[in-house]
Ligand binder design. Structure first.
Ligand code: XMP
Length: 327
């Protein structure tokens, strides 16, 4: 018997647009056969894997696909807007957008322990998604952006969640068109499907989003400082041509205030930490030697433009011993 979760030894590595086109055609036929006239639900985070699955299924079954995008309030600046713009406005997908920001941030208030935060975020995500799934009638299929490393490393579950899945009574048949692909192949397929580069070559972004970079108990003002400083960093890295050259970069705003002076008065503001790393597999990482003028430009902009930011630091710590994220 064929093991559906095992990549056949003779399967070609998808490295070219032509191979991607062939894969897409095969999957379209397969999905149509599997779901017939049925409806398929997909949690669309805007990450590479779920975006590629959405674009693929849209080609295969059009309006039978129902995408749900949950904005947990911990997205980077402009990210949820991009999901709506690309999938609803450009690709005309059936997309339900849920702004659950208040719900998540209220639940997270006062929760300081990193693992407890992850559990709140993951658990709440499942609950919001479940509520939407129950509102929809006649949905029998659930699409997931499972990729081959998920199968190899964590038994088909996306890494790090650890919060259980949907309840038993919500019985769906799974649709997982990219489950035998490696990440680089998913990107080639995404490009062939016409997704924008910004989505296809997006750097990894943890499921708990900015939540693990706003350390300790999350507050709305510090989260706003994190989102703004991260956007400035991304803008300046993009201008400097570092996108695709530095593997992952972001800011962190620790739960700590340090002294400063503004307009002759003492103030107590947050430090903003720049984190930038290069790695092959995220198991170990090095810190790139960034151009001094670039660091200075980013510092000046963050101090001038981000309310509550009083200092900027560059984290020089490699992994190990430091992890890439701060929590
Ligand atoms: P660390 O911090 O462990 O991160 O060196 C390694 C890679 O994994 C990402 N990461 C996460 N991804 N949920 C995710 O989906 C998480 O909870 C999580 N924590 C870390 C991190 O961004 C880096 O790319």
């Amino acid at each position: 018997m064929i093991d559906e979760n095992k990549r056949p030894d003779d399967m070609l590595r998808i490295t070219t647009p032509a191979l991607a086109e062939q894969f897409i055609a095969d999957q379209i036929a397969k999905v149509r056969k599997q779901v017939g006239n049925g409806k398929v639900l997909l949690a669309l985070s805007g990450g590479v894997d779920s975006s590629v699955v959405a674009a693929l299924l849209l080609k295969a079954i059009g309006q039978q696909l129902v995408c749900v995008h949950v904005n947990h309030g911990l997205m980077r600046k402009g990210e949820s807007e991009q999901v709506v713009e690309v999938f609803r406005n450009q690709l005309k997908a059936n997309l339900i957008y849920i702004d659950a920001t208040d719900r998540f941030l209220d639940k997270l208030a006062g929760v300081a322990d990193p693992e407890a935060k992850r559990k709140v975020i993951g658990g709440e995500f499942i609950r919001v998604f479940e509520e939407e799934a129950r509102k929809l009638k006649d949905v029998n299929f659930l699409a997931q952006g499972t990729i081959y490393p998920d199968i190899l490393e964590s038994h088909g579950v996306k890494a790090h969640h650890n919060v259980g899945g949907l309840p038993e009574d919500l019985k769906f048949q799974l649709v997982e068109p990219v489950k035998l692909l490696f990440k680089d192949e998913v990107r080639v397929v995404g490009s062939a499907l016409g997704l924008p580069d910004g989505m296809v070559f997006r750097q990894p972004f943890p499921g708990p989003g900015l939540g693990v970079r706003c350390t300790g108990a999350i507050t709305r003002d510090r989260l706003a400082a994190l989102r703004e400083s991260d956007a400035i960093l991304r803008e300046e890295f993009t201008k400097a041509g570092l996108v695709g050259k530095v593997w992952q970069f972001f800011t962190v705003v620790p739960d700590y205030r340090s002294t400063g002076v503004r307009n002759g008065k003492r103030v107590f503001d947050w430090p903003v930490v720049i984190r930038a790393v290069n790695t092959v597999d995220a198991m170990s990482a090095t810190v790139p030697e960034l151009d001094w003028a670039l660091l200075k430009r980013i510092t000046d902009r963050i101090l001038a433009e981000v309310p509550g930011a009083g200092r900027v630091l560059y984290d020089l710590s490699p992994k190990a011993p430091a992890t890439i994220e701060w929590e």
